[in-house]
Design a protein around this ligand. Sequence first.
Ligand SMILES: C[S@@+](CC[C@H](N)C(=O)[O-])C[C@H]1O[C@@H](n2cnc3c(N)ncnc32)[C@H](O)[C@@H]1O
Length: 236
Amino acid sequence: MRIDVVTIFPQMFSGPLDVSLIKRARAAGLAKINIYNLRDFTADRHQTVDDRPYGGGAGMIFKPEPVYRAIKYLSRNKIRPANRRIIYLSPQGRVFNQSIARRLAKYQQLILICGHYEGVDERVLDWVDEEISIGDYVLTGGELPALVLIDCVVRQIPGVVAKKESVQNDSFSQEYLLDWPQYTRPPVYQGRKVPAVLLSGNHQKIEEWRRQEAIRATRKKRPDLYRQWLERKKKC
Ligand SMILES: C[S@@+](CC[C@H](N)C(=O)[O-])C[C@H]1O[C@@H](n2cnc3c(N)ncnc32)[C@H](O)[C@@H]1O
């Protein structure tokens, strides 16, 4: 998979993309991540990316031309349009979740447009396939949302997480339940014991316990997800 990011702050990406799992995925060639400076797609001497909004009001917005040129440039390759997804990170978009990440991981190329200031000229939305938000709050720019999306999508690429069960068992994966509680050594700490079943060596019992605990955790921590799970179960 290839992920191309368009931003006015490329420096925000060094660090998060150079450590841990993402670093390994890039080194193994499983995820090719390129960061582009929107200013490189401007045509004037000052590399202007923003301008005042028509009608007045506070703040500046991205001009349409550099964004259009960036999208055109990054779409000029052999990847079929159906295998490419152009995304504008926006608080007005669909709220990101695990199933969106799984869906996006199937594309060959993602182009991520990071807004800044008051956002982008509305015409930019005609050239993007979807708007994605990382939650109902407003951040200064689309860079942190892009990093969140990249991290989550790259985890879904086959081969990135060495044991595929890790991803399959993550929260929001199995039946959209939360993950079950996990314990490691020592078996007793500060008087608190690891549940006996986990030390029993009985794999069937452990599986059953984990499923029940995943249901219990979901019911307690995310009653909204639990209700959806119950609904889906009823329909099956
Ligand atoms: C200050 S925000 C602009 C918000 C815009 N005036 C509005 O209210 O919809 C600047 C940029 O940050 C990004 N951004 C802010 N919050 C976001 C969120 N929750 N999810 C995704 N992107 C976000 C977008 O790219 C946006 O263009």
